[in-house]
Write a protein that binds this ligand. Structure first.
Ligand SMILES: Cc1ncc(C[n+]2csc(CCOP(=O)(O)OP(=O)(O)O)c2C)c(N)n1
Ligand SMILES: [Mg+2]
Length: 779
């Protein structure tokens, strides 16, 4: 498709403007503002320049409002500059690039105000997010939602070194399994990473890899100048020379300039090559302009490639670029954090036709009549919708969920039963629930939910075992109406899918209530993606199960002990570790509402496979409130109380048994159930503003009483309770893992069995009597 000449002129002028502004934004942040606020020097100039033309082609021409983009982290200045030209970014924000309240270093959907679709920063994650966002868009469409809006393309501008990240490969295989559509990944193939020049011929690997996963691959290698030169006499020789030139050398020559290219070419081309004349015809400036005219810097080549796509197959574009194009350090292997000096910047300003004092003027020196460029900008297709973020109504949630009626059960079992009860009823909440799990659907108790609600796939696939009438507990039917995303084992994919599902209200305007399950220890495998999901303010419920050493004989390697600390430390995620099914029901009911609240967040449930006898009781609104706030008294203290046992989760029977035995032995002991160390801690941290639950609970404990905390996890999750109430505290828990055995054996060797707790209490009572000032942190 030929692009109209004038349009190309305008787009090229805008590209130059973006190059200028993004370079200036960084210069301003590092050289001008630095003197007053002491900002640390670091650059995105080379990386931003590399992608600027690709971004301009997209934002000023190719994108439609429904398209969604993840911009590679270091192209943030170019992104903000484009939004500035489109009137969607303020000068104040870009003047304060990387400062408080200013535009962010890396595009951020929560912190930036100029309509970032997907945050990036941790390389690889934003890329995969586009893939999962596309699957979620299909899910939403398949379920008859989002009828009033067209499908968007999910697009990522990818740094070539990002493809080293394993999560991208994990996402690719999942995309292939799920029939991915509508996804474009545009690789900024500058053959440079942060430290160095990348391996030779990497693009060949990319090509085969993407083709292998069913993607179309489009290589955008040469710009129009080079293509025209190849058609001249000697052009063939020139092309062969370029094709054979190693990445390092090409980069070095781009840095050195036209004269160096000339010298090299003349020394390497055959004596009789007509390419010599082709080179001789050009000045040094013309020669470097020619040799750096790679596809990714050539507006016409990019537009041609993008507009040629008339299908919804996933497509990878490999756009050849030069890192730092047009800047003094173009092609230099150390340029990732390169910054132009004030003198270099002055020279660049003059070259870009920008007058001193007019650096921020959007259309300064653009060389196109103001009216024409304004009219062009006003008609940019992407900018036709001012509001690309949607609001979706809140899906009504019941104030309570029924607790499964079993006298003994585990929290994991209760979780499955609660979901099963939801699956049976015909509520709107159930219709919006989407479950997902990385190959642990059955073993995390989602099986009965899936039996009722089915697996999701755009194309129907029946369970052959069911068809053949072979008895099986689980029906594995896939359909477009299914409500469970079955993933392969890669936990990264789980969290990125949860991020995509959990942003559907904002991206697709249709709210989904995502629930993911994972073996608790493997949260750590996907931790960066979990953090990224929370950073983007995606909303979901996560069940980590089974947790801790309580899974006992299942294997030492699967024991999680740090996850309570992850739950506490992760902003945007409220974590809970109930012991009883009625607590879990109360927490889930609260959680389904919380994940939909404007100021809410996601929810993490740390669950167990240990069957424990349930407490026969009636759930009151007060108890419900205490459970979701994080704790309640099972045996309240009084003025005689000498010891308090505060427990969390599956060790509840041991804690209760120890309290009973101690009371029987004449040590008045109270019993405190902690359902959320995270919420309690959060409340305590905000105690200056509002009364905190933990202080209300501990106020009733006599000052001299000793506090003993017990958890199947790292003891520090509860050890802080001593600080909240001012009680001397002994924190019991698990600090080593890896031993398999029975629950009893493992609790015993970690000192969290009833005898271990009793022993700790008695030993510390004696010590405390002997030396009242002594503080202890562990056993
Ligand atoms: C997970 C992660 N590891 C490391 C980094 C630090 N880092 C930032 S950019 C980068 C490499 C940049 O290379 P590339 O992706 O090719 O981008 P470009 O050359 O376009 O700047 C690295 C290692 C990061 N941001 N995220
Ligand atoms: Mg690179």
């Amino acid at each position: 498709m030929a692009i109209a000449h004038r349009k190309l002129e305008i787009l090229n002028a805008l590209d130059q403007k973006v190059q200028w502004l993004s370079t200036w934004v960084i210069h301003n942040a590092n050289h001008i503002r630095k003197s007053t606020d002491g900002l640390k020097v670091g650059g995105h100039q080379a990386s931003s320049a590399s992608s600027a033309t690709i971004l301009c082609a997209l934002y000023f021409d190719v994108l439609r409002p429904q398209d969604r983009v993840a911009v590679k982290p270091h192209a943030s200045p170019a992104f903000h500059a484009i939004q500035y030209l489109l009137g969607r970014q303020t000068r104040e924000k870009i003047e304060n690039f990387r400062a408080i309240k200013g535009a962010q270093s890396y595009p951020s959907r929560t912190k930036d105000t100029d309509d970032v679709d997907f945050s990036t920063g941790s390389v690889g994650l934003g890329v995969a997010q586009t893939l999962f966002a596309s699957l979620v868009q299909d899910y939403v469409k398949s379920h008859g939602l989002m009828r009033d809006r067209p499908e968007g393309r999910m697009i990522s501008i990818v740094g070539d070194a990002e493809l080293d990240e394993g999560n991208i490969h994990e996402a690719l295989i999942e995309g292939w399994k799920q029939g991915l559509r509508n996804t474009w990944w545009i690789i900024d193939y500058n053959r440079q990473s942060l430290d160095a020049v990348v391996h030779e011929d990497l693009y060949k690997k990319f090509e085969t890899m993407f083709t292998n996963y069913g993607w179309d691959v489009v290589v955008i290698k040469f710009g129009k100048l080079l293509q025209a030169a190849f058609a001249e006499p000697g052009g063939e020789d020139l092309k062969s020379w370029i094709e054979a030139c190693p990445n390092q050398l090409y980069a070095a020559l781009c840095f050195q300039g036209g004269a160096a290219f000339r010298k090299r070419l003349l020394s390497e081309l055959p004596d009789n090559s007509p390419a010599r004349a082709l080179i001789a015809k050009r000045s040094d400036d013309e020669l470097i302009a020619l040799m750096s005219n790679l596809g990714g810097h050539d507006m016409a080549s990019l537009l041609e490639a993008f507009h040629a796509v008339d299908h919804d197959r996933p497509t990878c574009f490999i756009a050849y670029t030069i890192k730092g194009i047009g800047l003094p350090f173009q092609g230099h292997k150390d340029n990732h954090a390169g910054l132009m000096s004030p003198a270099q910047m002055e020279a660049y300003r003059t070259k870009q036709n920008v007058r001193a004092g007019h650096e921020w003027d959007a259309l300064e020196g653009i060389g196109i009549p103001r009216g024409e460029i304004e009219a062009f900008l006003a008609a940019v297709p992407f900018a036709q919708e001012r509001k690309r973020r949607y609001e979706a109504r809140v899906i009504p949630t019941p104030p309570t969920l029924d607790c499964p009626a079993l006298s003994s059960m585990s929290t994991q079992q209760a979780f499955g039963l609660i979901l099963n009860a939801l699956a049976r009823a015909d509520s709107e909440l159930a219709s919006r629930l989407v479950t997902t799990s990385p190959d642990v659907t059955v073993s995390t108790n989602l099986g009965s939910w899936v039996n009722r609600r089915g697996l999701y796939a755009r194309e129907e696939l029946v369970d052959v075992f069911r068809q053949e009438k072979i008895p099986s507990s689980y029906t594995w039917d896939f359909s477009a109406k299914g409500q469970h995303f079955e993933l392969g084992i890669a936990e990264m994919n789980l969290f990125i899918l949860l991020a995509a599902l959990g942003l559907s209200h904002d991206i697709n305007g249709e709210r989904l209530i995502p629930v993911g399950t994972v073996y608790d220890p493997f949260i750590e495998r996907g931790l960066d993606a979990l953090n990224y999901a929370c950073y983007q303010d995606a909303r979901f419920m996560l069940a980590g199960t089974p947790a801790g050493i309580t899974l006992a004989p299942e294997g030492g390697a699967h024991q999680s002990l740090k996850t309570p600390l992850i739950g506490m430390g992760q902003p945007g995620l409220s974590s809970f570790e109930p012991a009883y099914a009625d607590e879990l029901a109360a927490i889930m009911a609260w959680g389904f509402a919380h994940i939909q609240k404007q100021d809410g967040g996601s929810v993490y449930l740390r669950l167990s496979t240990r069957t424990i006898a349930q407490i026969p009781r009636i759930m009151t609104p007060e108890l419900t409130q205490d459970i979701v706030e994080g704790g309640y008294w099972r045996a309240a203290p009084d003025t005689h109380t000498q010891a308090v046992i505060a427990y969390t989760g599956a060790v509840a029977p041991e804690a209760a048994e120890a309290a009973r035995a101690l009371n029987a032995r004449g040590i008045p002991t109270a019993l405190l159930a902690i359902t959320s160390y995270d919420r309690l801690y959060e409340g305590w941290s905000n105690a200056a503003r509002a009364p905190s639950q933990v202080q209300a609970l501990l106020d009733a404990v006599p000052t001299g009483a000793l506090l003993f905390t017990v958890i199947d996890g790292h003891p520090s999750a509860l050890a802080w309770l001593g600080g909240a109430g001012g009680h001397r505290t002994t924190a019991l828990g698990v600090r080593k893992f890896g031993e398999s055995g029975s629950v009893g054996d493992l609790y015993r060797i970690n000192g969290i069995d009833a005898a271990g707790i009793e022993h700790a209490v008695e030993a510390h009572m004696v010590k405390s009597a002997a030396s009242p000032a002594r503080q202890t942190a562990g056993r």
